[in-house]
Design a protein around this ligand. Structure first.
Ligand code: XMP
Length: 523
């Protein structure tokens, strides 16, 4: 059981996962209503659900058809627990199929906006207009309802909402969790508060107070250590633990030589002076560069950086134990809920492949107990908690930055000269994007140094300089991303400044690929 399990308030909403992305989005929407929600694989037992004492259950959508050989399913006893149930999309089809209704396999898919007409009164749509825009995404559709059910809403093409009031089972064919469904949030609010009778039990102040207390109890008088990455997750995790145990938490921040311009100094300053954290800064650029010499394979670069990092961290932990004369028993990590979902859902259908491991992959080789105070939170909730803790906005709104740093933004072998060029170019990209007021609208923006020289003219002479690719993307969660339509004048300024100010670069290109099929990073 995760160590924060006992903090999970009862009276929340359990979401049974029939397919990853939908379940996460539903969980976020419920939490936006300040009600705790938890995603469980659809295969979970009724006893496990009951142990959490939820106020209601939501069955998520998912990409399957109930006729698929491997179609995900729950224990039908979930529908007999006496708790209100809301089925969404596949959830509706599974309920209909399981309770004796009839689902027809898809002849074509219905995807996109549709007009919902609510033609019978329903607690789910209480207080809402009888006609509203919704978002559909389904193949199969229900053609005959199980006994006890009645239809309350339809679109011109399909049945859209059904319910069995006696059993308190509600279901919709559309997706209330997506923003395109005009009153989606209100529909979920009706379900959560009016039908399930949940109360707001999930606020950031409450989270901070309870988590701090739980950490204090758990770590007691012992020592903990934390690896700061310069990013928001580890900073918030460390600040939370610092609140609980003060300077018995030691943080290690390593300058890998692969950080952005001035990032080491600025982060040290921010966390140490402004936040009062106890931070050991380790300058280790040369060690990393040495390990990377002659290596051009991206995965090998990642592996070497990871290993070097672990070595440095272990040295620091041993040194700390030697100096203090006390064992360090706990390792603080900024693991987030999406990572946890990825690892629990392998039992359910939403298994996804995790390709990236942050430099935080430490515990396997070290005798620490893990403290992961953010493992129940989504990224935006982490930012909220950070705000509650008084972390500066510049830290909270910082773009994500890969653990191996600029090493994966210098394609091929990493040298000091190339790092210098990409570091300068990166600083220009960020400065111009900030100046244009676009920073917070982007998921990430950065420069990549390509392993290609190209001909240019500088003054009267021909040059043969480096090539920089500028990358800027919008995204919700990095699983998919779109290239940002930056204004041409911003791109123009970025290009001119990079060529003028770095000297070694003679050509700048803009990356217009989306993910998929490209990835955000180039390596
Ligand atoms: P990709 O390139 O796969 O990146 O579209 C998705 C997100 O992950 C970040 N990323 C990494 N983060 N270690 C990390 O900690 C890595 O090796 C790594 N590679 C990519 C990337 O910046 C983006 O936010």
């Amino acid at each position: 059981m995760p160590e924060t399990a006992h903090l999970r308030p009862s009276g929340g909403i359990v979401i049974l996962d029939f397919g990853a992305q939908y379940a996460q989005l539903i969980a976020r929407r419920v939490r936006e209503l300040q009600v705790f929600s938890l995603i469980l694989p659809c295969t979970v037992s009724v006893e496990e659900i009951r142990a959490l004492a939820p106020a209601g259950i939501i069955l998520s959508g998912g990409p399957s058809s109930v006729y698929d050989a491997e179609a995900p399913y729950c224990d039908p006893a979930v529908l007999r627990m006496g708790l209100p149930v809301l089925g969404i999309c596949y959830g509706l089809q599974w309920i209909a199929h399981t309770l004796g209704g009839e689902v027809h396999p898809a002849e074509s898919r219905e995807f996109g906006p549709a007009d919902l007409e609510v033609f019978d009164s329903s607690a789910l749509f209480a207080g809402l207009p009888t006609r509203q825009k919704i978002w559909m995404s389904h193949g199969d559709h229900v053609v005959r309802l199980p006994e006890g059910f009645r239809q309350t809403g339809k679109t011109p093409k399909a049945l859209a909402a059904v319910e069995d009031l006696a059993r308190r089972i509600f279901a919709v064919q559309f997706h209330p969790e997506v923003r395109h469904t005009e009153h989606g949030r209100d529909i979920l609010r009706n379900f959560v508060f009016n039908i399930c009778g949940a109360r707001p039990n999930w606020t950031r102040a409450g989270f901070v107070a309870e988590t701090t207390e739980a950490i204090r109890e758990r770590i007691g008088g012992e020592q903990a250590i934390c690896a700061l990455s310069g990013g928001v997750d580890s900073a918030v995790a460390a600040t939370l633990v610092h609140r609980a145990i003060g300077d018995r938490l030691t943080n290690v921040f390593v300058d890998t030589g692969l950080l952005r311009l001035n990032e080491f100094e600025e982060t040290m300053n921010l966390l140490e002076r402004r936040m009062g954290l106890n931070v050991i800064g380790v300058r280790a650029g040369e060690r990393f560069l040495g390990r990377l010499r002659g290596i051009d394979d991206p995965e090998e670069k990642r592996r070497r950086i990871g290993n070097e990092f672990i070595e440095i961290f272990a040295e620091q932990a041993r040194e700390l134990e030697r100096r203090s004369g006390h064992r360090v028993g706990y390792l603080v990590q900024g693991t987030l809920y999406p990572d946890v979902i990825e690892s629990i859902s392998v039992r359910g259908p939403s298994a996804t492949i995790k390709t990236h491991h942050n430099v935080g992959g430490l515990p396997a080789v070290m005798p620490f107990e893990l403290v992961e105070p953010l493992r129940d939170l989504f990224k935006d909730e982490v930012r909220e908690v950070g705000r509650e803790l008084g972390l500066p906005e510049e830290m909270l709104t910082k773009h994500p930055f890969p653990g191996p740093g600029l090493a994966v933004r210098v394609l091929g072998e990493v040298t000091e000269e190339k790092l210098e060029a990409v570091r300068q170019a990166d600083a220009i990209v960020i400065e111009e994007i900030r100046r244009a007021g676009l920073y917070s609208a982007l998921w990430q923006a950065f420069a990549v140094l390509l392993p290609a020289r190209s001909v240019g003219v500088m003054g009267d002479a021909r040059s043969y300089g480096l090539t920089i690719a500028v990358r800027a993307v919008t995204s919700e969660d990095a699983m998919t991303a779109d290239w940002a339509r930056l204004p041409a004048d911003v791109l123009g300024r970025i290009s001119a400044r990079i060529v003028n100010e770095t000297r070694s670069v003679s050509r700048v290109v803009y990356d217009i690929s989306s993910k998929p099929p490209a990835t955000i990073e180039w390596e």
